[in-house]
Design a protein around this ligand. Structure first.
Ligand code: GDP
Length: 331
């Protein structure tokens, strides 16, 4: 058990080193997930060769003693907190206890242990679902906690908001350089293609692919088709995270999006085109729509000098190739 929290004096020495060094040991928590694995790839491509990962069989991040042991043994200098229980609208709605408990445990353990073990910088991945359901669009960072959340994912959102507040509190009280990013809906290599727990992009790639393979006349898309969403390819998200790790240090959270939004109906037509499905699309209005519109305002990030590079159709073509090469339990 560690008994000493470092004071502001100690912090100032560390705080002078804002830019990552190629030799830094960077712990990516959640490296098997879509976002964590993309960040590992991006770090390695960018010349950071000392990347630390720890599989669940080695370190259960919901177990505080295991997390402390990992930090004590490995002494990373930088942490990317991409580990979380994640899922699409149906999974979030069906397993609220799992989503709030696991995420609160993982982030509390990792943030506090990182601080206790002298980590110099931490990046916490949030989500655009932290914002009020009916926030003014495009959603600015300062709309956090200005209204009620979308009920289908409020458990996950509350956990993520607590993580953001924890990072901000540790910065204020201890001077810990923890930064928080809020990605819009993410897709790409390493996505979860299970229809019960996936997000819409992976779900529709699988549905259209399987319908094409079986020769089905229709594909069923959940909800009414009217909700609007913005999507970012995970390689763009990873690029933005490494960009911010290198140069950003402030309490204010940062949105990461593309500025492009589509309705679910428009999006379904694009996925059908990319996959080559020529039949009809029908809507199941008994399934939830979720929040009506979720376009985030990424002008803070743009002002720092970052912009996305992967267009939606190209990104979807890449994600479909990844699906074809990696997902084997399909038609
Ligand atoms: P959300 O952005 O948190 O609502 O997460 P999702 O990616 O799960 O859902 C986005 C939108 O896509 C919602 O309006 C869903 O109803 C709609 N959608 C349509 N078909 C599907 C599907 O097969 N799976 C999922 N997860 N969402 C779907």
């Amino acid at each position: 058990m560690l008994d000493v929290k470092r004071g502001m004096g100690d912090w100032q020495a560390i705080n002078q080193r804002r830019t990552m060094q190629p030799t830094d040991k960077i712990f990516v928590a959640g490296h098997r997930g879509m976002v964590g694995s993309a960040i590992v790839r991006k770090l390695e491509q960018s010349g950071f060769s000392n990347v630390l990962t720890a599989g669940r069989e080695h370190t259960d991040l919901t177990d505080r003693a295991a997390v402390d042991a990992l930090f004590g043994d490995e002494q990373p200098g930088v942490v990317v907190l991409a580990a979380a229980r994640v899922g699409g609208i149906h999974a979030n709605n069906s397993f609220p206890a799992d989503f709030i408990r696991d995420n609160l445990q993982i982030q509390t353990n990792v943030i506090d242990s990182a601080w206790n073990h002298g980590v110099g910088k931490l990046l916490f991945l949030g989500s655009s679902c932290i914002y009020p359901r009916l926030a003014e669009q495009p959603i600015r960072e300062d709309s956090l906690l200005t209204g009620p959340l979308e009920p289908t994912n409020e458990w996950y959102a509350i956990a993520k908001i607590a993580g953001i507040k924890m990072c901000q509190a540790y910065r204020r009280q201890y001077g810990f350089d923890a930064i928080c990013v809020q990605p819009t809906n993410v897709y790409g290599s390493g996505d979860n293609f299970d229809l019960q727990s996936s997000h819409v992009v992976a779900a529709l790639i699988r549905k259209f692919h399987e319908a094409k393979a079986r020769g089905d006349a229709t594909v069923t898309v959940w909800g009414t088709g009217t909700p609007r969403r913005e999507f970012i390819h995970v390689d763009d998200l990873a690029d933005a995270c490494v960009f911010l790790l290198n140069g950003y240090s402030a309490e204010e959270i940062v949105n990461i999006g593309t500025g492009q939004e589509v309705t679910i109906a428009e999006f379904s037509a694009i996925v059908a085109h990319v996959v080559g499905f020529k039949g009809d699309i029908v809507y199941d209005a008994d399934m939830p729509d979720g929040t009506p519109r979720k376009l985030i305002d990424s002008s803070r990030l743009a002002g720092l000098g970052w912009s996305p590079g992967i267009g939606l159709e190209d990104g979807l073509a890449q994600a479909y190739r990844w699906f074809l090469e990696n997902v084997t339990d399909t038609a």
